[in-house]
Design a protein around this ligand. Sequence first.
Ligand code: ADP
Length: 615
Amino acid sequence: MRKRTGKLLSAVLAVSLVMSLGLGSWNVSAEAETAEAVTEAVSEAEMAAEADAAGGAVSFTPGTYEATAQGFGGDIVVSVTVSENEITAVDITGDKETPTLGGIAVAELGEKMVAAQTPNVDGVSGASVSSGAIIAAATEALEAAGADIAALDANRKDTSAEPVEKTEETLTTDIVIAGAGGAGMTAAIKATQAGKSVILLEKMSYAGGNTTKATGGMNAAETHYQAEQGIEDSVEQFVEDTMEGGHQINDIDLVTTMAENSAAGIDWLDEIGAPLPKVSFSGGATNARIHSPEDGSGVGEYLVEAFTKQLDNLGIEIMYNTKATELIQEDGAVVGLKAESDTTNYTIEAKAVILATGGFGANEEMYTQYRPDLKGTVTTNAPGATGDGIVMAQAVGADLVDIEQIQLHPTVEQTTSMLITEGVRGDGAILVNQSGERFINEMETRDVVSAAELEQEGCYAYVIFDQHLRDNLKAIEKYVTNGLTVQADTYAGLAEQINVDPDTFTKTMVAWNSAVANQKDEAFGRDTGMENPLSTAPYYAIKIAPGIHHTMGGVKINTKAEVINTDGNVIPGLFAAGEVTGGVHGGNRIGGNAVADIVVFGGIAADSAIAYCGE
Ligand code: ADP
């Protein structure tokens, strides 16, 4: 016992020394050496404390302590204030985090830490990088305050809310929409603009779903942006490419509807202040067709921000943390739904219901039910993508299509499940295997590239790009700041970083650059994304492998976004749009078609629901 007290004392003395040097608010990152000494002393104390009975007394050196960690978008600074035996405040600054994901962690975790009296609280699902950074920085700051983290954990305050008796509430509206991702928000905006009352439910504490994660853009043909940039394209070619990419099992009527309405979708985005003027090539498309934001930012975050702003302007409050659980059916027609929050069971009576709950790529039990071979595969999906809408629709007789069609994305960084956008290859990156060689036309469709990767040694590959490409694609900054890249000033240097034979890798790079110069890829027949050679140092590599990305199958709809039952008839009052539906993408979704799907069919679902509501 005495030993433990002595060691704790030495930790406290070390901290006191720092405090007495006038560093009342101590910037840990600026004082690394002293921090090391203190951490060492503290960890010795920790070990002693652990050896002792769990639940030792909590004590701090009062003051405010600050530490910095790398978040998803940039630095996150955590400032912890402690009294002698209590964490009194945790302030977090991290304005570079994605507002709809990491931003939630920045806003919420401080309060959770104060409530639990430990830095080790549950992070925000879907924002693991930001949450992890906040927890690491808070831990570092608390250690500097002389905290014994093991003791804090042992003395954790129970923050689980007392079980409350839920209240029952009935709400009435014209249209209730389940899911505030791209499709649900599009439908909500359109229906409200048409004068209908709308309730929009979101089971998570933030909007955006998988839409937030879309990094490429929106495919659209015959748009004014293409015309202005002299790009020739056609609705017919868009349909053909989508059918080809989807192995011809797509519902051609749905595909045609999406293609025919895509240019109008781009115009609508212009109208609501979310223009996508940059047009480029993307895998599986014959022409430059993928439309993205001017500044190169990820299309999903960009649209979700614009949609939420628009919803705010229209006075629609998303009901967060409210999960749709069941459709209400009367005489065959859907007339509302049941939903629940932590405190309330809702019965929402509506003239029409739109399901926009997304896919099921985050529900391992569900996807392995349809595809046992995918067990254990990492997923790029948002945590809300659990297939709820599919299950609810089935319960009222809806038919499903292509449910076993699940897309692997070929470029997923495996330790973070972070998706490396197709734009990187579209702008000129190549893939090499562990032998330092290319092995596929990188612009092939996702299923083809994924399958090719799985045939390589170790079932992975590296995305290779250069500084010129980095300078022109904003998305890359996130990969660099999150430590996913390795880099070197020469090809041979990069090869060494990734343990690839330098001569082979250099030959691969030289051969690729000459293919770009000649605009002819003899090796694999690539003919797009070849505008620039990879010749501006430094050079970069990211190790990637396939990950679950999109569930193509889902609820069967017709071209009016009406849900179809197993007898082939429309279920009156029930509409669906986006990833919850099947048929648009067939056996493989082309990059850029998810956003086209949500904008076009989100809009159509709203139009059909509006018409169904009547005057
Ligand atoms: P889409 O691209 O089709 O719009 P997203 O994945 O972007 O799909 O959005 C679907 C949204 O629906 C997500 O925000 C998800 O959290 C939400 N969601 C899923 N299930 C439910 C449910 N049962 N109730 C309410 N919201 C849900």
